[in-house]
Design a protein around this ligand. Structure first.
Ligand code: AVI
Length: 318
């Protein structure tokens, strides 16, 4: 059954998509990567030889997890933003002193169910409580944090360098907003991909097997499925470029020939050479993290990297 609320959400989303596609240059929000197929493709990306961040973060937690856990309060409530196999959170929960509970937060019911299953299998005595919510909208997430703050010391964990998919100014605003909803003493552990040689960065986002290209093009297929648009995904070329000035990898879909596409009631004309900007993945240095939290209630209290220096965990305290 389609409700009025579903229809309103669909028209709001369609309006946002069209605003992006009509912009100069055209853009599409990264959230359109993630339908069921896109989530499966992202899972496959994390296992590609070229895509080092997931392996690097796991290695970091294996090497430094106990040291990081020793800096977290006893009896803490671990709130993980985004969920999956709970593999990274497990590497923190195991050495943490008497964690009060583990609270994965995700919009996807399927992802949450998998996290809960994995966490309960690994820690049968631990209180595991999923929360279905979006953390991208700081206000809505703030309301959940208001509920979660209070009884036990709070530790937020945001892994995978997903913060890097926010524009830098938006990331800073999001951090400031979250700080309004958590008590002093709250810890925030942020997993961040570090700036490195351009070749390795580009290869990580343009792998030899073409999985990332399929992931990128799936955003167009997703629009076709969701809004009855008529993109021909195969006619869009995947591009990953390093923007040195903004220290980010940009993913684009580019057409080599003119194309006309219908989305909703709109007819969109693309010329040969036009591109749609589908994602920015910002990379970090310690100085960039200091700039991120400048003037906010967060203070940098710890910094660890994996043995190769590819990835960092930044521990912030409010
Ligand atoms: C989810 N996010 C952190 C990934 C990244 O590396 O920016 C998404 C991704 N895009 C292409 N490959 C992976």
């Amino acid at each position: 059954m389609t409700t009025t609320r579903d229809r309103t959400r669909c028209s709001d989303e369609l309006r946002d998509v069209l605003t992006g596609l009509r912009a100069d240059p055209p853009r599409l929000a990264p959230r359109w990567f993630y339908d069921d197929l896109g989530s499966a493709l992202y899972e496959a990306i994390t296992r590609l030889p070229e895509y080092y961040p997931t392996r690097a973060e796991l290695e970091l937690l294996r090497v430094h997890g106990a040291e990081i856990a020793a800096r977290l309060p006893r009896g803490a409530r671990l709130v993980e933003l985004g969920s999956g196999s709970a593999e990274k959170a497990s590497l923190l929960l195991a050495p943490m002193a008497a964690p009060e509970s583990y609270r994965p937060v995700d919009v996807s019911a399927a992802a949450l169910a998998e996290t809960v299953r994995a966490a309960r299998a690994r820690f049968p005595a631990l209180d595991v409580r999923p929360h279905r919510a979006s953390f991208a909208d700081a206000r809505a997430f703030g309301a959940l944090l208001d509920e979660l703050a209070g009884d036990a010391p709070l530790v937020l964990y945001f892994s995978g360098s997903t913060l890097g998919n926010f524009e830098r100014a938006a990331a800073a605003a999001w951090m400031r907003e979250l700080a309004q909803h958590v008590p002093a003493g709250t810890r925030f552990l942020l997993g961040l991909d570090l700036v490195k040689a351009e070749r390795r960065l580009v290869d990580a986002y343009d792998d030899g097997t073409g999985v990332t290209a399929a992931f990128n093009r799936n955003a167009l297929a997703h629009l076709n499925r969701r809004f009855g648009a008529d993109f021909a995904p195969a006619r869009w070329r995947h591009e990953a470029v390093w923007n040195a000035e903004r220290q980010r990898i940009e993913m684009w879909l580019r057409t080599d020939a003119p194309q006309v596409v219908h989305v909703g009631d709109e007819r969109l004309v693309f010329d040969a050479g036009d591109g749609i900007h589908t994602e920015s993945s910002h990379k970090w240095t310690r100085a960039a993290v200091e700039r991120l939290i400048e003037g906010s209630p967060w203070r940098l209290d710890g910094w660890w990297t994996d043995p190769r220096g590819d990835f960092a965990e930044a521990l912030l305290v409010r």
